[in-house]
Design a protein around this ligand. Sequence first.
Ligand code: PEP
Ligand code: MG
Length: 760
Amino acid sequence: MNSKTSMLKVLRRVIQEVNGARHLNAALATMVRRIRKAMQTDVCSFYLYDEAVDSLVLMETIGLRTQAVGQVVLPRGEGLVGLVAMRSEPLNLEDAQTHPQFRYFESTGEERYSSFLGIPIIHQRRMLGVLVVQQAEKRRYTDEDEAFLVTMAAQLSGVLAHALATGHVTRPAQAKRQVMFKGVPASPGIAMGEAVVIAPPADLNSVPDLIPSDEAFEVARLKEAIASTREEIRAAGRRLAKRISAQELALFDVYQQMLGESALSTEVEKRIREGQWAPGALADVVRRHVQYLERVDDDYLRERAADVRDLGRRVLSHLQEDTPSRPDVYPDNTVLVGDEISVALLGEVPRDKLMGVVSVRGSSTSHVAIVARAMGIPTVLGMTELPLPRLSGAPVVVDGHRGRLFVRPGPELENHYATLVAEERELSELLEYEQDRPSATTDGYAMPLMVNTGLAVDAIGVLKNRISGVGLYRTEVPFMITERFPGEKEQTRLYRDQLEGFAPLPVVMRTLDIGGDKDLPYFPIDEANPFLGWRGMRVTLDHPEVLMVQLRAMLRASLGLNNLYVLLPMITNVAEVDEALGLLERAIIELGEEGTAVDRPRVGVMIEVPATLYQMDALASRVDFFSVGSNDLTQYLLAVDRNNARVSNLYDALHPALLTALDRLARDAQRLGRPISLCGELAGDPAGALLLMAMGFTGLSMNAPNLPKVRAAIRRVAFSDARNLLDEIIRLDTPEDVHRHLKGRMAQWQLAHLLPPEDD
Ligand code: PEP
Ligand code: MG
């Protein structure tokens, strides 16, 4: 390696090229050439690991014979390359041919090369491939050489993983095949349908690829869009003529030239004739120019990249004026796919056509997730690696249980999921008949079931006979739909609907729980660690004017009904409870002074911050009931962000630590004479519900679609058996043991069909 600066330069350049490449194969070809040159070595090759055959395939090389590409296949563990992959560590040999693992491939002409340095490419513990450099004469690659390749491999791994997942890299002899993406499960269930990609306006990176039905029309509207953009720029130039320098004004001429007949438009037209619709063709061409300009070592030209992008966006926005970013008619089995799917959009697709939702952004607690759950639409969010433009019209399977999306499923997978869908439907029909019966065990133990609400769509009428109340009304949901904080009257009306609708059943209304990832559009909170930041009670105590309005509205709404319970979220300190109680007291007094005498509602705290586990006595002396927010308690106890797909395998509400904490909470509450319910997702899991019942939770609150399975589970076991199960489970050391044991017992009790489909 020549010097540190040149090494950095090459690294940066290669990563930039690889990152910007629309198709990775070409970028890989450039990469091996650049590495060979930078390291002044004879050969640089890239081997791709193919999981299906557990082997490494030569994908790209400079130095070995190109005919060997796709031909040299090494099972993992075999040959030097296979050894690197198996050990997952670098291998640096001065005299490779004397190594016992050396294997000779005639097709590569490899015998001439003495020295070998191989580096594994690993992404999130997954082997993706091996980078190799070789030299004819004996050469000891230095530490610096090795560090350079290790850095290169580490940088490359993320891009490669993404490209492999999205089909942006073509393996030898592999065309359109089934691909899988992982995200955060946001609403359970399985959906099979057609991807309808929702393009946000004027974003060159999310224009879907579409084949035009009328080329001439596409060309004509492109010309129109360009003409409109030219006119727009001309007008802007005229407006600014007096205010900017002649030099700056000259830029407008450059823009005009770029948009001129011979430049951009000719290229875009060519792409249209090759089979792309106008927006897609424009996006392709602009992206290519931008990539090229960003790469050149010239400041002036690099600046122009931004201009080209800006022009591209302008033309695109004109093109999109007459092509809506969403279809007029949705297919019968629509799966909405987008960078971000808004709740408004959910409402736009007819309910009977909307099968599933997936998006790049969002998390299990984002607004759209909450709405999707209430509507029973299988949803996966936070799919950060989704190649939006490539998905339009593709057949897809959404697995909302496990947070997966399968694109172009093969027949085997399709059959598997079709069976699961049929089973789910049959099951819900089967369970329906017992939904009006009590949720009591075979030995007569009654387990009160409640629902989580927050939406106008909640079907109060049907639910009312089947539940013991509302265990959690998330007040932030109506706040998210409005464009400002709703006023006292507006809130009173909303809360009255809930309280009256469910009366005489109790309704637990939680005070505004924003922050974390629940933002109000008109009250943005931007923090580095939002889940450890300004959230829930912390926000509302800092804004008593907001909290007071809410408390007053709740109290007013409860007039004469006497079924209001107030719940305080994100409590960490008893002082917060005292303060909130003080405000509640004040609200009651104020209303009294205004002539509205209201009863003091019962007040509870959410147990979701681990600190509260150790202050149950102090809390119990202040409030009437507890409600465990297991979603947050899990993330805080396990230090796992509940919305981060990368660590979602660590997020587990059945972790032994959680179960021990919950068991202790239930005992504490009993000792202190306070009811304790649980309103996180765990309550809606039939196996979890049995454990919670056995622990002594006095209520389980869940999303309405989970009620049937939980009720069915409770009605099929004896309380004494559930207690025994808990005794067995609580002794286990690992989450895996817990899951295995639970599954075994559920199967033994013939309840396996109530559990989500198996993970593979
Ligand atoms: C929880 O944290 O478990 C809970 C019910 O509240 P949310 O999901 O709204 O944070
Ligand atoms: Mg919570």
